[in-house]
Design a protein around this ligand. Structure first.
Ligand code: AMP
Length: 114
């Protein structure tokens, strides 16, 4: 989608620290990390957020989780633990209107989240 920063990252029009890529997804380090490991898993296709996922996206949505699992292993945080977060809408603090899964790890997390 025109003007979407994550679409541009997906098309490599904007530089990012990519840690994994395939035909459907791209995975890169968050520019403002909130944990020693803070990585974003996004579909290359523009989906604005959780509310915009349809039944056609079922495989893609599942793939985001499987890729996060693979990258967690790659980052060596599988055993110590990690958290996946998808912010949806204003109350959750969603800032970028392109679906993304935060993969956070490398430190002890608190619950409930702030
Ligand atoms: P959210 O608040 O869930 O929408 O998260 C958006 C995330 O995208 C934030 O953690 C930002 O730090 C991150 N972010 C924004 N622009 C970039 C960028 N160009 N490269 C990497 N991460 C970014």
């Amino acid at each position: 989608m025109d003007g979407c920063i994550f679409c541009k990252i997906g098309k490599r029009e904007i530089e990012s620290m990519v840690v994994y890529e395939d035909k459907d997804v791209i995975v890169f380090r968050d520019i403002n990390p909130q944990a020693p490991v803070h990585i974003l898993v996004i579909p290359k296709k523009h989906v604005a957020g959780l509310n915009d996922i349809t039944a056609d996206d079922q495989m893609l949505a599942g793939k985001l989780i499987l890729v996060a699992q693979k990258v967690a292993r790659q980052e060596k945080i599988s055993e110590s633990g990690y958290r996946l977060v998808i912010n949806s809408g204003e109350d959750a603090g969603q800032a970028v209107q392109h679906l993304h899964v935060h993969l956070l790890g490398g430190r002890r997390m608190k619950w409930p989240p702030g």
